[in-house]
Design a protein around this ligand. Sequence first.
Ligand SMILES: [Zn+2]
Length: 148
Amino acid sequence: MAGKEKGKKEKKKVEEITFYNKDIFEVPEDGSPPFIKAWKCNQCGRLWFPRTKYCTNPECWSEDLVPVPLSRIGKIYTCIDIYIGAPGFKTPYVWGYVDLPEGIRVPTTFAGEVKSFEIGDEVEVIAAPIRKNNSGEDIISWKFKKVS
Ligand SMILES: [Zn+2]
């Protein structure tokens, strides 16, 4: 058992994330609302999500990509109530995809009760704990809640 204890301590030295993911999600420090980011190619103008190192348009391949904020409100493309969840996720929860006006489809969990979301519902991005890391701390990321 001593070996197991040691293993646990070593694991804690690994830096656990508490935020996911600065490349594609931003919570402004001035208190303004959080938003998801796409990466815009300055050569051909296409948007990419999540971030890529270079534009994957086969007629472009530019490495000149810049982050752009996406709309905070979109529509549910699909969703499902989850009762047996991914590790670290408190069940039950609602999972699915949201379509944003820029043509970006974002995977997400939803803030709210199961059986309360439907395809086509208008939803808004928020910052919220999505699950615990290995140290038991919250990992903050985006979720979508119903527009009230
Ligand atoms: Zn491009």
